[in-house]
Design a protein around this ligand. Structure first.
Ligand SMILES: *Cc1c(COP(=O)(O)O)cnc(C)c1O
Length: 378
């Protein structure tokens, strides 16, 4: 199999054991698998046959876990019911009550809520700090994990993953990265020494805004622990959604190529627009490009309500990474759970708009966005 990412991402169909030569893995839409006899039951527990019950394992969810492991160049992976559940089982594979996590303070809002509310309730202590400055000083006796995102949401800070790995090695800590915004098309954190890489597959892997799914990849021992959490907490993904996500992954490369090109054009076009206070767009992520999210702050120079009313075919949503260009309003949606002082400190203002640049014609995206800004200009 070709080792180029473009080839790898197309060839993610799992080797079949059924003997039926289907080109694509069929959807195993079943809650359970049958046994021939007592010996066959025992064979499941000795590892001589696969599959018992879909919460425990299913060919379609296995296929998705393996596909993403393949793209991230990691040994193994598992699929879960959502990005957040993948984050949860990944963290619980490393941390238990009494342990401490150092997390970046500019995380995705849902992740912040999981860490700040739920994990804290389970007795896991979390410090939210600037990963540019304060990681080392936040590490304590009971710290076990450093948690951050390869490209942060919504302000698109690019994490220095080599630095995170170096600090973790020095203090014997595990590392976990949310690679949702970058995708392995741009960044492959496992190859840089990160222990666990997590994705909201709801986003670029699915790519069509029609599934909710998560994937976690890493070494066999950590993934086995995370898999046990997935089974015991019931965080499994449905076979159909796993199948749709694998289908999406086959076009990840071509979609990303267009997404990234269009985003570069839009960021350039908005840089000097008189209704824009500031454009957030990474300077450099990888040779493949800088991602496909562009955030703009229009607090002082435009009216936010007018802007959101003037977007024509561009939809307002609380998600990203579909083939269609869309905008989100973080302060009212994804980052609603952050405390007021964190929002201010992070620059998530009442005029911040996150644009998920789609795969349409770049000129159409630029002209529609420019027109909406012209109309909203104060
Ligand atoms: C959407 C998102 C999540 C959460 O994923 P769900 O699939 O909605 O559970 C986590 N991290 C990032 C960066 C996201 O964009």
């Amino acid at each position: 199999m070709g080792h180029n990412f473009d080839t790898k991402s197309v060839h993610v169909t799992m080797e079949k054991k059924s003997g039926v030569p289907t080109k694509v893995t069929p959807i195993h839409q079943t809650s359970a698998f049958t046994f021939k006899n007592l010996e066959d039951i025992e064979n499941f527990y000795t590892g001589d046959r696969d599959y018992l019950y879909t919460r425990v394992g299913n060919p379609n969810t296995d296929e998705l876990g393996q596909a993403v492991a393949h793209l991230e160049a990691a040994p193994v992976g598992i699929a879960t019911s959502s990005g957040l559940s993948a984050i949860m089982v990944g963290i619980l594979a490393v941390a238990k009550a009494g342990d401490h996590i150092v997390a970046s303070k500019d995380l995705y809002g849902g992740t912040y809520a999981l860490l700040a509310n739920e994990l804290t309730d389970l007795g896991i202590e979390v410090s939210f700090v600037s990963f540019e400055e304060d990681v080392t000083s936040a590490i304590k006796e009971n710290t076990v994990l450093l948690y951050t995102e390869s490209i942060t949401n919504p302000l698109l800070r690019v994490e220095d993953l080599e630095k995170v790995v170096a600090i973790a090695k020095q203090h014997h800590l595990k590392t976990m990265i949310d690679n949702t915004f970058a995708t392995p098309y741009l960044v492959q954190p496992y190859t840089l020494g990160i222990d666990l890489v997590v994705h909201s597959a709801t986003k670029y892997f699915g790519g069509h805004s029609d599934i909710t799914a998560g994937v976690l990849v890493g070494d066999e021992d950590l993934i086995a622990k995370a898999k046990a959490k997935t089974v015991n907490l019931g965080a499994n993904l449905s076979p159909f959604e796993a199948w749709l996500t694998v289908r999406g992954i086959k076009t990840l490369s071509v979609r990303m190529e267009r997404h990234v090109k269009n985003a570069a054009k839009l960021a350039e076009a908005l840089a000097n627009h008189p209704a824009v206070d500031k454009v957030y767009y990474p300077e450099f992520v990888s040779e493949q490009g800088n991602g496909a999210i562009v955030s703009i702050d229009i607090t002082n120079k435009a009216d936010i309500a007018t802007f959101l009313d003037s977007l024509d075919w561009i939809k307002i949503v609380a998600t990203l990474a579909g083939v269609e260009t869309s905008v989100s309003y973080p302060i009212a949606t994804s980052h609603r759970s952050l405390p007021e002082e964190s929002l201010q400190e992070l620059g998530i203002t009442k005029g911040l708009i996150r644009i998920s640049v789609g795969i349409e014609d770049a000129e159409d995206i630029v002209s529609t966005m420019t027109k909406a800004l012209d109309q909203a200009k104060k």
